[in-house]
Design a protein around this ligand. Structure first.
Ligand SMILES: [Zn+2]
Length: 282
């Protein structure tokens, strides 16, 4: 079932066991807009079925927050204008050249082009896929794009992110809601989980310039302003003490500056920023 944020804004909760991210729906007087197309055609169909029950204006736009498979593989199911930033478009182009038969999928997993989880979801949720090909996005934007759905403005912005280089967020001023996709998360490089430290403060600035009270995250569903601020605070406090690839030095610096031990979240973030230094030095 869809969760209702307001009379015009809804979301389908993320589902961790099936690697399904949060999907959003914003409705104006004339049209509706979808945020992320799901991790498979099946996920997209499940979402469309829920939307049909709502009796909202037709879905005219689909915005993809970034080119990770779980956010765009359902794209073909929507008879709508698909909007991406230019970097997302470049990555989707690479996925257009893939084949989806079992032996090709296995080859992509072996060569680290695709995660094992991605292959599993494709094999489970897409039984008929020998001729499957992701369609091309319709609108490619740089920096920002504003869409009016009929008395309902949506602002799309391509922002700096600790997760990917192609993150788009969607802000709905009327509702004080912002859909973040996965932008506020870390990422995994060479099996190391890390947050891109140099992009943390620019990202927070990019997000905090919007007057928002609700934040939708790709794999958490919803956070209020207080929860979001605690998350930024813990990330920032952790980042400040990491100046090299030494975890010991970072923890000592944390204790000296904050007169206490880091909590579990802060320790997790400190490790991730240390990993970022390790990756940068490789
Ligand atoms: Zn992602």
């Amino acid at each position: 079932m869809l969760n209702k944020l307001s009379d015009t804004t809804y979301y389908l909760s993320n589902q961790g066991d099936r690697e399904r991210p949060t999907l959003g729906l914003v409705c104006g007087d004339r049209y509706s807009l979808i945020i992320d197309s799901g991790n498979s055609p099946q996920h997209a169909q499940d979402f469309l079925l829920e939307i049909e029950n709502l009796n909202v204006p037709p879905v005219k736009y689909v915005v993809i927050t970034h080119a990770h498979w779980d956010h765009f593989l359902g794209m073909n199911e929507f008879d709508a204008t698909v909007i991406v930033n230019s970097q997302t478009n470049e990555i989707i182009k690479e996925w257009q050249s893939l084949s989806y038969d079992d032996s090709s999928l296995q080859k992509y997993v072996t060569t680290n082009l695709m995660s094992a989880m991605c292959m599993k979801i494709i094999q489970t949720d897409m039984p008929n896929r020998d001729s499957f090909k992701i369609k091309s996005p319709d609108v490619i934007f740089e920096n920002t794009l504003t869409i009016d759905l009929g008395n309902k403005i949506c602002i799309l912005e391509s922002i700096k992110s600790t997760h990917t280089d192609d993150s788009t967020i969607i802000y709905i001023p009327d509702e004080k809601v912002v859909f973040l996709g996965d932008c506020a998360y870390g990422t995994t490089t060479n099996s190391l989980f890390h947050y891109k430290q140099s992009l943390l403060l620019p990202m927070i600035e990019d997000i905090q310039k919007y007057d928002a009270e609700m934040f939708l995250l790709g794999h958490e569903s919803i956070c209020d302003l207080n929860e979001m601020n605690i998350y930024w605070e813990e990330l920032t406090t952790a980042s400040q003490v990491v100046k090299s690839n030494s975890l010991e030095n970072a923890i000592e610096a944390f204790k000296a500056e904050n007169k206490r031990d880091p909590n579990d979240n802060e320790l997790f973030f400190i490790k991730a920023f240390v990993n970022d230094h390790i990756i940068q030095s490789q």
